[in-house]
Design a protein around this ligand. Sequence first.
Ligand code: CAA
Length: 394
Amino acid sequence: MMQIGIDKMGLFTPNTYLDLVMLANARGVDPDKFTIGIGQDQMAIAPLSQDSVTMGVNAALDLLDGENRDNISLLVLGTESGIDQSKAGALYIQRLLGLQNARAFEIKEACYGATAGLMTAYDYVTAHPDQKALVIGSDIARYGLETPGEVTQGAGAVAMLVSAQPRLMVLEPQTTVHSADVQDFWRPNYSKEAFARGKYSTEQYIDFFQKTWADYRNTTDRTIADFKALCFHLPYTKMGLKALRTILPEATEAQQADLLARYQESTLYSRQIGNIYTGSLYLGLMSLLEQSQQLQAGDRIGLFSYGSGAISEFFTAILQPNFETQLAAQKHADLLAKRQQLTMAEYETQFQTELPEDGSAFEIDLTVDPSPVVLTRMKEHERIYEVLTQAVKP
Ligand code: CAA
């Protein structure tokens, strides 16, 4: 049988971050609330030169080689921090990656967007097994200074190459979906910051998880014993843990310990990057795959995607022989280690600095951003992007 799945994954996060103990002190909050109660240590802060387009390109650079380039004919950008109401960010991404003639579009459903892209890619490659799809989740999470959501901000992107006979993981066909019109988190067109009914959103997340999980158990013959690890959408790392704990009693004591240990491994990247919305589930998956020493080919991993508004999907993947060769743990360790820490004043200034909205020309200071692909300036309401590294030019 034809098997479809993820062949390779790429990660990008901007090179500046805020330490959350510092944020706690500045806000008069016990740091343990952030590091233990919320489960976050740092959050990535995007400079003006990074947006959902550039971060998406920077995440996808590592996935492309000569052979892939020719066969990528679907390019989906999942984002809730898009830069335009009409034109898809995927078209800028296509050009900056040196691709052409793909079905390129942008998709929105809060943090579920990349999963919608992944499922679309699965169907597309099933129908066109000689083709590949590039799925990108890229976002900047903004709640505002001195809001309860402030500590759960972040920025980054994940890119996934979907193909037949994938070398990383095969996606299994059975998935379960739950969706309903729920007002837990949203961002009206006129607002740069998201609105969240905080407590309510966490309750909806858990409720949606329990429904998709129960459906999965009822419609397949699988139980929790069939899973080596469970990955969750991670708006902050305590959130997935709360959901996981509700089904842990279904496992033996030994398996409970294993699932909790795998869960911790899946949270290591998010703890340092924060919420990247559409990419967060996949950031957790990358963290698990790159940081765990306990996984083997043939292991089944469960994935829970949640997008406020709301829709959830539970799906599963099987690790492939030599999957380790598709990972880039050292590169991602370097990406995190090379970041610069911001002071509170720098963070607040950065947060409040905006690109012009009146069509005036504006040059962006690029000295703080070593990323290969950047937004360089604004000109007559247009964003001008540049590939700075010659090596990545097609
Ligand atoms: N030491 C240790 N723990 C402490 C503590 C201390 N000194 N003080 C408080 N805590 C614990 C609390 O007990 C609580 O733990 P539990 O949740 O296990 O009970 C935790 O810290 C958080 O405390 P609060 O509930 O009081 O926190 P809050 O009300 O200030 O804010 C939040 C939490 C509602 C999640 C807020 O950060 C928020 O609104 N975030 C944005 C919305 C969000 O992320 N929702 C998640 C579900 S929606 C989704 O998943 C989509 C998405 O990406 C947005």
